[in-house]
Design a binder for this molecule. Structure first.
Ligand SMILES: [Zn+2]
Length: 70
């Protein structure tokens, strides 16, 4: 069963939750305040993003095809 990380848009807390495949895509209320939360990429994926060599200007490093490169 996959574990997803959620970020509460109400109180900005983060939490992880086991989500059955059958319930994938359904909203999970925040355990702190019961507010709406957005599903994040997995922690492993977030670590991969942090270590990616994408720094150096703008949101994408100036690569082609990005709206910020103009
Ligand atoms: Zn909350």
């Amino acid at each position: 069963m996959p574990v997803y990380e959620y970020h509460c848009v109400e109180c900005a807390s983060t939490f992880e939750k086991l989500v059955p495949m059958s319930a994938n895509g359904e909203p999970s209320p925040c355990p702190e305040c019961g507010g709406r939360s957005d599903k994040q990429l997995s922690t492993i994926s977030l670590l991969g993003v942090d270590s990616a060599p994408s720094r150096g200007g703008g949101c994408c490093g100036g690569g082609g095809g990005c709206a910020c490169s103009s």
